[in-house]
Write a protein that binds this ligand. Structure first.
Ligand SMILES: [Zn+2]
Ligand SMILES: [Zn+2]
Length: 179
C-alpha cells in the first residue's frame, strides 16, 4: 500500500506522489477550499469590503469555475456567500448595539433627569440643592440631595464619576479617608 496524502482543506485522501500533489494544490477546488478556510478567520466586513472593490469574475459566473483560482483579480463571491457574510456583519452589529445599550442602561441620564425633576419639585430650586459636604445631613430620614450645576446638565451621557451620588449616599462617612 502506497503512501497517502490527506488534504485537510478539502478533506480528501489520495495517493501521495508529486504529480498528484502538485495538481491538487493547483486545483481550483483546493484553492477555493483553502480560501474559504482562511476567510473564516477574517472579518466578514473586511471580506465584503475587499470583494466589493472587485468586478465579478465573468469566468466564474458563466462556468462556475475560474482557471485563475485564488489569484484571480475579479471577485469570486457567490450570492449565497455574500448573503452569509452580510448576515454575519449584521449579527456583529446587533451584538455591538446590544452591548452599547447595556452600557447605556447603567448611566441613563433620562432616568436621572426625571428623578432630579421629582426631587426638585419637592424641595425647591435645583441650583441650591448641592449640599456643602461640610454640613451634616439634616436628619436620617431626608438625606441631602446632590445635583449637577446646569452647565454640566447640558452634556449628555456624563461619565458616572461626574454624576451625583444616588440619594441616600452618606458622603460624610468616607470624608475622613480623604482628609
Ligand atoms: Zn486540497
Ligand atoms: Zn476568476
Amino acid at each position: 500500500m502506497g503512501k497517502r496524502y490527506y488534504c485537510e482543506f478539502c478533506d480528501k485522501l489520495f495517493a501521495d506522489n508529486p504529480t498528484n500533489k502538485r495538481n491538487h494544490l493547483k486545483g481550483v477546488f483546493h484553492q477555493r477550499m483553502k480560501k474559504l478556510h482562511y476567510d473564516a478567520f477574517k472579518d466578514p466586513e473586511e471580506i465584503l469590503k475587499e470583494e466589493s472593490c472587485k468586478m465579478p469574475c465573468r469566468q466564474m459566473e458563466t462556468t462556475g469555475d475560474c482557471s485563475f483560482g485564488d489569484s484571480c483579480r475579479y471577485s469570486h463571491l457567490t450570492t449565497e456567500r455574500r448573503q452569509t457574510l452580510e448576515k454575519q456583519v449584521q449579527a456583529k452589529r446587533d451584538a455591538a448595539l446590544k452591548a452599547q445599550q447595556e452600557a447605556d442602561r447603567e448611566v441613563r441620564l433620562e432616568d436621572w433627569l426625571v428623578m432630579r425633576q421629582k426631587s426638585g419639585d419637592a424641595s425647591g430650586p435645583v441650583s441650591a440643592q448641592v449640599a456643602p459636604p461640610s454640613l451634616p445631613p439634616e436628619n436620617a430620614e431626608s438625606p441631602p440631595v446632590y445635583s449637577l450645576p446646569p452647565a454640566l446638565m447640558m452634556i449628555p451621557n456624563l461619565p458616572p464619576s461626574l454624576l451625583p451620588p444616588p440619594p441616600g449616599t452618606n458622603l460624610q462617612a468616607s470624608r475622613e479617608e480623604w482628609g
